[in-house]
Design a binder for this molecule. Structure first.
Ligand SMILES: [Fe+2]
Ligand SMILES: [Fe+2]
Length: 412
């Protein structure tokens, strides 16, 4: 269905009202692989059309997977055992190790929590929305609260997924490691929630697309799909977002908090790569591998194109811009471009490493401009410390640049 054509003939007011539904149809319609569409479809209906994540403060999602017991306690995966050991000795306490006495004023331009160049204000002006300096500062502050709120909701999903995967995975060393990830994710929920609650004092509802992905992963009974979705895709997305914010923020508490979280997340993605590489290379058929390869590609595109922060639009711009104009502002905002770049720099090499970037799918990635990430380092070759060092170099380049040019700032 050509939704754009239908939309264009509707009067503007009506167009804006039906746009969310058409967009949901378009999202699902854009998934080219019927198997992938079938696996995401029901969650898409619940998330995007019914907005289940927003209807009440509590949502119940039925999880169905098999818990895998092994009464022989094999020492089966030395690299996972090593990660388990590292995770145990890298535990930190957000209550003790972060300086919560730092006062945060998101409207203070001297200590920019995120820079104003994050948002494409010239584009907003093109559409006739001129904001006073105070309004700009508020919009930027709200954008930050929105992003951190989505991180928090994502962390809740990660906490549950880590617990489920720990039950379901067949590697015993993986189960031991998985328990540390559950604690890590609990800590992430704790610190993001505390920052939002006590420093920014604002919490946004879960974004419909994020809800859809979490719903799909919670309810999928195949552990490796849960794993691929959570440990590679969602963790990759989170790592991209945290990293971007880490390089951009000048607020010391948030920077320190993100530094700790990023190092945990680097371990999580590393584990994802280990477990799935073993599984995809030795335990599934070529047909099943292809299915997962297609799924990963479609989900990567959904994540890239669909986080449009409509919660912010509904809060302050609904009467000033159409949803289509809002999307254009979001898609061209330098902060979000940076985020997409950092995310794919992490994600694509990990897909390669687990065997989901075969010659068969490479042209599809090339077509959407992702070839440049094919040769980057995967998570098993990049420690948390190396990752932070790389981000510190990015941050130094950004601090030098008068405007935020993503390509130069991130060496894209
Ligand atoms: Fe996390
Ligand atoms: Fe994680």
């Amino acid at each position: 269905m050509d939704t754009q054509k239908i939309l264009s003939i509707l009067p503007e007011k009506v167009r804006n009202r039906v746009d969310p539904f058409f967009e949901a149809i378009e999202v699902m319609g854009s998934v080219r692989d019927p198997k992938v569409a079938a696996s995401l479809g029901p969650a898409g209906v619940r998330g995007m059309l019914l907005q289940r994540g927003k209807q009440s403060p509590v949502t119940k999602i039925r999880a169905s997977h098999e818990a895998y017991f092994d009464w022989t306690y094999p020492s089966d995966q030395p690299e996972m055992l090593d990660l388990y050991r590292r995770a145990k000795s890298s535990q930190w306490d957000g209550e003790k190790q972060l300086d919560w006495s730092i006062s945060v004023d998101p409207l203070n331009p001297e200590v920019a929590v995120i820079p104003h160049t994050f948002i494409n204000f010239p584009k907003l002006e093109e559409f006739g929305v001129r904001l006073a300096p105070r309004e700009r500062a508020e919009f930027v502050a709200n954008t930050l609260s929105w992003m951190l709120s989505q991180f928090l909701h994502g962390e809740q999903g990660a906490l549950f997924a880590a617990a489920q995967v720990t039950e379901a995975v067949q590697f015993f060393d993986g189960k031991l490691y998985g328990a540390t990830q559950v604690v890590d994710e609990a800590r992430h929920v704790e610190v993001f929630h505390r920052y939002l609650d006590t420093k920014l004092e604002k919490l946004y509802q879960i974004n419909d697309n994020l809800f859809t992905i979490i719903d799909a992963l919670m309810s999928d009974s195949r552990w490796d799909m849960k794993f691929l979705g959570m440990q590679i895709m969602v963790e990759g997305l989170a790592l991209g977002a945290f990293s971007t914010l880490y390089t951009l923020t000048r607020e010391p508490l948030l920077k320190e908090l993100l530094k700790y979280v990023i190092q945990d997340e680097a371990r999580h993605v590393h584990y994802g790569v280990l477990a799935l590489r073993e599984h995809f290379l030795h335990h599934i058929s070529e047909k099943e591998r292809r299915e997962r390869e297609d799924w990963a590609f479609e989900v990567a595109l959904l994540m890239r194109n669909r986080f449009m922060a409509y919660e912010l639009y509904e809060e302050g711009f609904e009467h000033r811009l159409t949803r289509a104009q809002w999307r254009e502002v979001m898609l061209t905002s330098p902060g979000l471009e940076a985020f997409r770049h950092v995310m794919f720099r992490r994600l694509v090499p990990n897909l390669r490493e687990i065997g989901l970037l075969s010659d068969r799918i490479r042209p599809a990635y090339a077509q959407v401009g992702l070839t440049k990430y094919f040769g980057e380092k995967a998570a098993d070759e990049l420690s948390g410390e190396e990752l932070i060092a790389q981000l510190d170099r990015d941050a130094a380049r950004i601090a030098q640049a008068p405007t935020m040019d993503v390509a130069t700032a991130y060496g894209a």
